[in-house]
Design a binder for this molecule. Structure first.
Ligand code: DHE
Length: 551
């Protein structure tokens, strides 16, 4: 359905491009189209559509910036040149850029290197008319069941992203069987739950939001809408009295968020996020990163990546929308609640900081300096034997797991400070996870360039953090055919009762992948979920844990 960002990028400004006749290298129309597609699929997430940089570096053909002392620095992709760019794309950098030589062909690498030396195209806007035209109410609420029509234990369903298949698999956590595969948007990013646990909201990178009704005999999509051309986040209204009433989706392009009816996805209000960074400079592409829903107020916490502004959006009166704008640090990305669900901790990843928002007071509680590129997913909460309640994050850019104290009342000396850094088995961590009933902390390292590290997870004993973690090679446990390509062990996720940990083994699109289930207490293999249709599983969202923000 609808326009893809890569096509849109080209259609709006192709004419302007030709008229401007760029000085640097160029591509034929076909090669440019193909390179724009690769750029959207593989590069835009980190570098931005306008290529101004965020987690990744600025990729404009030429740029200049002034520091606070007035010193001007100049750079750009034209200065780096074709052969250097090809090398960076193929082999990555020490700065955290991953290698693409195992994903892209030599020709693709060559053309993307040329493409990023050309002037960035500006994609079109996506307002209420486009959004409404894309909206499909497949099964209206009055035609839906009034009670659960299947016999599945819905609280233990896992909604699993099948990244390269454009689908999610709903897997029964009790039987480990795939209940349903549901067609969704391109490279789905996350699944979130309605407050009641009945509806699953799935957002594709292409902005397609799908609403799945778990009560139907066969859970299926009951509504969908294209919320933007490039998106990553969605959540629902969870405050008492507003359960299942609203959904909110944030997009990377256009930079905006949309509030919708929770059970139909009818768009109600679109709010732009363009504006000033915390440094007081205008940014044309401030993308919506993570969104979470408060249970102590009718509020969403909406994190704006490039500006570093955290929005507390009060949805009790959406016609007269009240928003508190909290200044934090640039490059906000992902984050999660502390154990009390009063404080939200979010990584300002390329600023190497974690911002802490006190949602009760509507204020920034702290900006915590950390090691390079914190990437918590939603983080992990547990009680440290010495420092009391802490929240954990891993790092893409360093091999530590950082623990931050979260209890200003009983542990004021530790609150919002890094109390400990646990040694991880490598940099390239994306997700950490624990569960209130567990004595373990699980951490992956899928972005590590070493195969053995990327295929393994570390497990820490929460009762004795002086012990080195146990390193478990998940790929070896799965019994999949040996291959040279890395099968990344990614995103530990707990079962409803907290006794199992599910880890995806994310292989290439044409290779077998799997989900490996371990017993949390014994850390031994319990099951391997394999299926030819289980293509590139990445994120897994357990209904109960996602519904109640348990991590
Ligand atoms: Fe994610 C969460 C953005 C790449 C798997 N990812 C998020 C969130 C954002 C984001 C903003 C927070 C959503 C929220 O909580 O509302 N991710 C991005 C990117 O911009 C980036 C770096 C590049 C891109 O082009 O998308 C990126 N992410 C990835 C992957 O390559 C991963 C590993 C595999 C995949 O499926 O694409 C991936 N991201 C995830 C997962 C979560 C996530 C599994 C949710 C974690 C959770 O426990 O809630």
């Amino acid at each position: 359905m609808g326009l893809s960002l890569a096509v849109a990028l080209l259609s709006t400004s192709a004419m302007a491009q030709e008229a401007a006749a760029p000085a640097g290298p160029t591509l034929t129309k076909e090669a440019k189209e193909a390179a724009a597609k690769v750029y959207f699929q593989r590069c835009a997430g980190c570098h931005g559509v306008l290529r101004k940089g965020a987690t990744g570096k600025n990729l404009e053909p030429s740029w200049s910036k002034k520091d606070k002392d007035g010193k001007v620095t100049e750079g750009g992709t034209l200065k780096l040149g074709q052969s250097r760019l090809e090398k960076i794309i193929a082999y990555g950098t020490d700065g955290g850029m991953v290698n693409f030589d195992d994903i892209l062909s030599k020709d693709e690498i060559r053309d993307v290197a040329t493409y990023i030396q050309m002037t960035p195209d500006v994609p079109p806007e996506w307002g209420m008319k486009d959004m409404t035209a894309s909206w499909k109410l497949v099964v209206p609420p009055d035609k839906r069941p009034t009670k659960q029509m299947n016999k599945i234990n819905l609280q233990n369903i896992f909604s699993v992203t099948l990244r390269d298949a454009g689908e999610v698999a709903l897997i029964d956590g009790d039987t480990k069987q795939i209940v349903e595969r549901v067609k969704t948007g391109y490279a789905v990013h996350i699944s979130r739950l309605s407050a009641s646990g009945r509806y699953v909201y799935v957002i594709g990178r292409d902005g397609l939001l799908s609403l799945i009704d778990l009560w139907m005999e066969k859970p299926q999509v009951v509504a969908e809408i294209k919320t933007g051309l490039d998106a990553r986040s969605v959540d629902t209204s969870k405050f008492k009295g507003f359960e299942d009433k609203y959904a909110v989706a944030g997009s990377y392009w256009p930079p905006q968020y949309v509030i919708m009816e929770g059970d139909t996805l009818k768009p109600l209000k679109i709010v732009s996020t363009r504006g000033m960074t915390v440094d007081g400079e205008y940014h044309p592409e401030p993308r919506v990163a993570s969104i979470v829903s408060s249970i102590i107020k009718p509020e969403w916490v909406i994190n704006i990546k490039e500006t570093g502004q955290i929005l507390l959006v009060d949805y009790s009166d959406i016609k007269n929308l009240k928003t508190t704008t909290i200044e934090s640090a640039k490059f906000l990305h992902d984050g999660g609640w502390d154990v009390t669900k009063r404080y939200f901790l979010v990584a300002a990843n390329a600023s190497h900081k974690v911002a802490v928002v006190d949602t009760k007071e509507g204020k920034l509680a702290a900006l915590v300096d950390t090691k390079k590129i914190p990437h918590p997913g939603r983080g992990a909460n547990f009680t440290h034997p010495k420092y009391g309640p802490v929240w954990a994050t891993g790092h893409l850019g360093d091999s530590v797991i950082t623990l931050i104290g979260t209890d200003p009342e009983k542990h004021p000396d530790q609150a919002w400070k890094v109390v400990e850094e646990l040694k991880h088995h490598g940099a390239g961590n994306l997700f950490v996870k624990t569960h209130p009933k567990s004595g373990n902390l699980w951490a992956d390292a899928p972005q590590n360039p070493e195969k053995d590290i990327a295929e393994s997870v570390a497990v820490y004993d929460l009762k004795d953090l002086t012990k080195p973690p146990e390193i478990i090679n998940i790929a070896k446990l799965a019994g999949l055919p040996e291959s040279k390509a890395t099968k990344r062990a990614v995103q530990p996720e707990y079962s409803e009762s907290g006794d199992e940990v599910w880890i995806s083994l994310w292989a290439g699109k044409t290779e077998p992948s799997a989900i490996v289930v371990l017993d949390d207490k014994t850390r031994k293999l319990k099951a391997v979920v394999k299926d030819p249709k289980l293509i590139t599983p990445t994120g897994k969202f357990n209904v109960h844990n996602t519904q109640h923000d348990i991590y």
